[in-house]
Write a protein that binds this ligand. Structure first.
Ligand code: CUA
Length: 166
């Protein structure tokens, strides 16, 4: 004598199981397309620094004349930017169109923000951490960057710009 066991799944439940699997696949596809096809990245906590010395240590990339733009190869730049209440240093950089810039931004005092208009560059700037993000600027023009984390009375005047020349 044999006993036959079968698992009964209600059609309603089965439908929702299928829907949830399909949804997971849709989300996975959306994340993959955004990350790999469209190049959308998340800000990368690059490394830690000491906010007390980040602007006073002569070896620091954020010390006085060390900050700013460096050309690594034709059309390939890195920009070290220091945020502090209430300014960015430098607050203006110029690159030719088609350049790829990697930003390394840190703060020596408060929490700030760094958002470069019309791009995916949008980072929180936290004392002690270096925020890193890259962007390729193909269209000539002026791209303002602003502090978009409220940081006190001077918050509204904390901005700068990237000039992209033809
Ligand atoms: Cu710095 Cu708002």
């Amino acid at each position: 004598m044999t006993t036959k066991t079968s698992m009964h799944i209600d059609p309603y439940e089965r439908t929702w199981m299928i829907v949830s699997v399909v949804l997971l696949l849709v989300f996975l596809t959306a994340v993959s397309v955004a990350g790999f096809a469209m190049g959308i990245q998340l800000p990368n906590p690059e490394r830690r620094v000491d906010p007390q010395t980040v602007a006073t240590d002569p070896d620091s990339p954020w010390y006085k004349d060390n900050v700013g733009l460096r050309e690594l190869a034709p059309g390939k730049y890195e920009a070290y930017i220091l945020a502090q209440a209430w300014q960015f240093t430098p607050n203006e950089i110029t690159v030719p169109a088609g350049s790829r810039i990697t930003f390394y931004v840190t703060s020596r005092d408060l929490q700030h923000g760094f958002k470069l208009e019309n791009t995916n560059v949008n980072m929180m700037i936290i004392p002690g951490q270096v925020s890193k993000l890259s962007v390729t600027l193909d269209t000539p023009g002026e791209y303002n960057f602003i502090c978009h984390e409220y940081c006190g009375t001077g918050h509204a005047i904390m901005f700068g710009k990237v000039i992209v020349t033809p």
